[in-house]
Design a protein around this ligand. Sequence first.
Ligand SMILES: [Zn+2]
Length: 186
Amino acid sequence: MSERPDRLAAVLEQIKREAQRGEFRVTQHAQQEMVEEEITLDEVLEAISKSEILEHYPEHRRGACCLLNGVTNERRALHVVCTSPPPPLILITVYQPKPPEVDNAPSKEKQAMKCSIRGCPGEYEERTIVHTVKYRGDVLVIDHVPAEVCAVCGDVLLTPETVRRIEVLLKTTGRPARNVPLYEFA
Ligand SMILES: [Zn+2]
């Protein structure tokens, strides 16, 4: 962090003010992560109100961003990646920080790829995602799709093999493995 501490303190104050006033937006990625980890928006706002800036990324594509470390009223630790002022405040990623991994786990042979989003300090992690596509007017949900997901900004990448596999899947759509409920928002 090369930024001056008094400037970062002002940044944090403004983020807290905007969050408290409800003057912010949430990325789709952050909302999906919140649902998955059962983190409510109220918990996120509690954590932000009691947070400190862990890292500041001045050159991010969305403008300057920072990683906040906060704790909810129930003492649940949360990390929030959000834009720094000027507004609009955007909550980009929300997650419960994982305890540091035990170091004698088998070392990954593959070097993690750096995030391709300009200024994003994240790296892609191999995960499986729930992938939703609209195909010929139908909503299709494909679970356990292997993907590379940036831990900081949530950017998602698919390999050519995965895209081809999805093409085959859609062409040969037989009976789905399971049926999932489809909710209308309103
Ligand atoms: Zn990223």
